[in-house]
Design a protein around this ligand. Structure first.
Ligand code: SF4
Length: 249
């Protein structure tokens, strides 16, 4: 199908099938869901987590292992862009119970410290884990996609001098909770196509603190390195599980 700007645009069904197949591959490849899992889906109101919630709700109807899902929205003391009521209505229409908790991310800063993405993510992740443990959820589903994972790999190599990424399944040693990333094999453009076709892309994050982040810079470097090629991005992703130690110092 041709889009308004002349490029190829998948139909709703094509975009949905594409996303559903890639999440199915990730769920199977990394054994993300087991019988009786109680999964807490972190929802921000953005395209990634909304698409993730939709997909997990749809798969609940036929996935071989039975699982339960609930959505949790973390409202910070600086973000007012999310359209929570509309998001919760959407989630309810897919049969997902949703709750919101307030986390004073800035209010928790120690004197003299300034706000940054690392602090924000750590505070929100801690609240997700605490909520999951208190409510008996054993998994937390996050909406990170393949581009996020490859960006993290590049950030760690460039700024930490370390080869490490973001795991599709992360088991915490000290908590009875794991993190799963069912969108790990989906490229951002595929999530955007799906979310746009479904009409739930509007609540984009307008956070003022993320504008100059290193991630933004790495995203631009990566775009020029790969030219946006899916094959090259997927090769970078695959390289994380295809390490030839004989040729590394
Ligand atoms: S961009 Fe804003 S909301 Fe996102 S992690 Fe950074 S500070 Fe938090």
């Amino acid at each position: 199908m041709r889009g308004p700007r002349g490029g190829y645009h998948p139909s709703v069904k094509e975009a949905e099938n594409q996303l559903a197949k890639l999440t199915e591959s990730a769920l199977r490849r990394y054994s993300m869901i087991e019988e009786g899992d109680r999964i807490l889906v972190a929802v921000s109101g953005g395209k990634d987590s909304t698409s993730l919630a939709y997909d997990l709700a749809a798969k609940r109807r036929w996935w071989p292992a039975r699982y339960e899902i609930r959505a949790l929205h973390i409202a910070t003391d600086f973000c007012s862009c999310c359209k929570k009521t509309a998001l919760f209505d959407l989630l309810a229409s897919w049969g997902i119970e949703a709750l919101s908790i307030d986390v004073p991310v800035i209010g928790r800063l120690k004197p003299g410290r300034s706000m940054n993405c690392y602090w924000c993510s750590t505070q929100r992740r801690t609240e997700l884990i605490l909520y999951a443990m208190a409510e008996g959820f054993n998994k937390i589903a996050l909406g990170h996609h393949l581009d996020d994972i490859v960006e993290t790999l590049m950030m760690n190599m460039l700024y930490k001098g370390q080869v490490s990424g973001m795991l599709p399944v992360l088991k915490y040693g000290k908590y009875p909770v794991s993190v799963i990333r069912p969108l790990a094999l989906c490229e951002e453009r595929q999530v955007i196509a799906f979310a746009e076709e479904k009409g739930f892309r509007s609540a984009a994050c307008t956070c003022p603190y993320g504008r100059d982040s290193k991630r933004r810079e790495v995203r631009e470097r990566l775009a020029s390195l790969t030219g946006g090629s899916s094959r090259l991005k997927r090769n970078l992703f695959d390289s994380m599980s295809n390490v030839n130690g004989e040729y590394l110092p």
